[in-house]
Design a protein around this ligand. Sequence first.
Ligand SMILES: [Zn+2]
Length: 119
Amino acid sequence: MCWAVRWGWGRWVLAGLGVALTFDDGPSSSTSDLLALLARHGARATFFLTGERAEADPEAVQAIRRAGHQLESHGYTHRHALTLLPWAEWRHLRWHPEPQREGRLYRPPGEATRPSPGC
Ligand SMILES: [Zn+2]
């Protein structure tokens, strides 16, 4: 059973009785437009960022944070953890945009935990 429907680089995910809007692979050149769209509709989202992109564009990360959206990890790189050497995998999994926060989430790149790849 599919629990998510792809839409561009984001997706709508069923979450209880509501809908959670999440975006992967950011920040990117689309982030400011996306933030403006979300603000226009009064919507909140969860952004799963990669460490490499977050470090390359810290202003975009701050813009997401200032807008009140949730920041979570999509890994340091955008590679499947099994393709990384152990020390790189450790860095990949350890990185998080909010390292001090409790209850951090990690969404693995490449849909590594998805049970049905056709979704
Ligand atoms: Zn991704």
